[in-house]
Design a protein around this ligand. Structure first.
Ligand SMILES: Nc1nc2c(c(=O)[nH]1)N[C@H]1C(S)=C(S)[C@@H](COP(=O)(O)O)O[C@H]1N2
Ligand SMILES: [Mo]
Length: 155
C-alpha cells in the first residue's frame, strides 16, 4: 500500500487535470492535456500581476471552443451574440467573456488558455491551465487552475 500510494495520487492529479468544455445544453466534452497540445498554439510575452515579464504559451480560447464544436464563422451574428463564455477555476473563481473578445475576426488581442510559462509546465498553484490576456490592464480574468469552460445564452 505504502509503495502504491504515490502512483494513486499521481493518477488522481492527472484525472483532475482534464478540462471540461460545454457548449449550451450539449453533452460536456472532456479534453485531456494531451489533446490540448494538438491544437494551434500562440506564444505571448506578458507581465503578471506583480509586473514580472514572462513568456506564456497556450491555445487561443476560441480554438478550444471550436474544437468542442462551437462555430466562430459567419453564423456568429444576431441572436448568436447573446451567448457568453464562463471560465471556471477549480477554486470556484469565474470570469466571463463575450464572444467578440475571443473572435480573431473581431480582435487581435490574445485570450489564451496557457499550459506553459517560460517553456515550463505551470506550477500547481497556477495550473496546469491558466488564462492569460496580455492586453488586459487588470489581471482579474487571468483565471488560474482552469477546470471548466462553458458557453451559455443570455436568457
Ligand atoms: N482561480 C483563480 N484565479 C484567479 C483569481 C482567483 O481568486 N482564483 N484571482 C484573479 C485576480 S483578481 C488576479 S489580480 C490574478 C492574480 O494573479 P497572480 O496570482 O498570478 O498574482 O489572478 C486572477 N485569477
Ligand atoms: Mo485582482
Amino acid at each position: 500500500m505504502r509503495t502504491l500510494l504515490p502512483l494513486f495520487v499521481f493518477s488522481l492529479q492527472s484525472l483532475a487535470a482534464d478540462l471540461v468544455v460545454q457548449i449550451g445544453a450539449e453533452k460536456p466534452l472532456t479534453i485531456k492535456m494531451s489533446d490540448l497540445e494538438l491544437l494551434p498554439h500562440q506564444t505571448v510575452k506578458a507581465a503578471d500581476h506583480d509586473g514580472k515579464e514572462a513568456t506564456w504559451t497556450g491555445v487561443p480560447l476560441y480554438q478550444v471552443l471550436q474544437h468542442a464544436g462551437f462555430s466562430f464563422g459567419d453564423s456568429l451574428r444576431g441572436p448568436a451574440l447573446a451567448q457568453y463564455v464562463v471560465v471556471t477555476a477549480n477554486d470556484g473563481y469565474k470570469a466571463v467573456f463575450a464572444l467578440p473578445e475571443l473572435d480573431p475576426r473581431s480582435t487581435d488581442d490574445p485570450v489564451l488558455l496557457c499550459e506553459t510559462m517560460n517553456d515550463a509546465p505551470l506550477a500547481a498553484d497556477l495550473g496546469p491551465l491558466r488564462m492569460v490576456l496580455p492586453r488586459e490592464k487588470r489581471h482579474f480574468r487571468w483565471v488560474r487552475k482552469v477546470a471548466r469552460i462553458e458557453v451559455r445564452k443570455v436568457e
